[in-house]
Ligand binder design. Structure first.
Ligand code: C5P
Length: 234
């Protein structure tokens, strides 16, 4: 399974399918976020999975443990490969999520946690969330909670991946957005890395949106990401 995940940040089914048609026989790993899922419902997951795409369902669950457990039970029937939740929901919530996610045959998708959103800065962390820790410590402490709850990894900035692995172990997955080609447009992402740099620092999967979705040749851009991230020369 390829470890370059394309963020399908599209408004609807037709746009998503037309985009993916450009990939021919390739079946890239795709991320379905809130916008597409809320617009199209679980059917979009079934459709893309049915066409052979591995799926990261990025719904970032955060509620009381019982509600998250029941929601994860519903998602467990969708045959996704990765799902996620907010580590801020506490270890009890994350443990309940894993219970709900585990199918009767004992299998389950990977489950990873959002630590601190990259849109939250140090001022908001302290002034609004009341967390009086440097951002990196706050991220590591949430990652540690996720690991103790039994989760498989976290979504984090590639800049944090090294520290997360040092704290939580090399096998704890770091899934990292904020990827740009060295010669590409940064868009609204402030702290970015190339696929090759992300691999060097220890990202296990990269999530790439606009460098592929807004490219004139999305397949070529995807293959370039694969080469840089998974290729032998990296
Ligand atoms: O287009 P771009 O490559 O910036 O897309 C990155 C994807 O990763 C988007 O779907 C964005 O919502 C997601 N993401 C992010 N930063 C986070 C968490 C998720 O960019 N901290």
């Amino acid at each position: 399974m390829g470890k370059v995940i394309i963020a399908c940040d599209f408004a609807g089914r037709q746009e998503t399918l037309s985009f993916l048609e450009q990939f021919g026989e390739e079946r890239p790993f795709v991320k379905i976020g809130m916008e597409l899922f809320y617009a199209e419902g679980p059917d979009i997951v079934r459709t893309l999975k049915g066409r052979g795409h591995p799926i990261f369902l990025d719904l970032k669950l955060h509620d009381i443990p019982n509600t998250v457990k029941k929601a994860m039970r519903v998602l467990s029937s969708l045959d996704t490969d990765i799902v996620n939740l907010h580590a801020a929901g506490t270890r009890a919530m994350m443990e309940a999520a894993l219970e709900g996610l585990t199918r009767p045959d004992g299998t389950r998708p990977l489950c990873i946690a959002v630590t601190q959103l990259t849109s939250t800065d140090q001022t908001a962390l302290e002034g609004e969330l009341g967390i009086h820790l440097p951002m990196e410590e706050a991220v590591l402490s949430y990652a540690e909670n996720a690991r103790r709850a039994g989760l498989d990894g976290v979504v984090c900035s590639p800049l944090e991946a090294g520290a997360v692995h040092a704290r939580c172990g090399a096998g704890f997955l770091c899934v990292t957005p904020g990827i740009r080609f060295a010669d590409g447009d940064r868009g609204d992402q402030k702290r970015v890395m190339t696929p090759r740099e992300a691999r060097r620092i220890g990202s296990d999967y990269i999530v790439v949106g606009r460098p592929i979705t807004a490219s004139a040749d999305p397949l070529a851009a995807y293959l370039r990401c694969l080469r840089e991230f998974e290729g032998e020369e990296a």
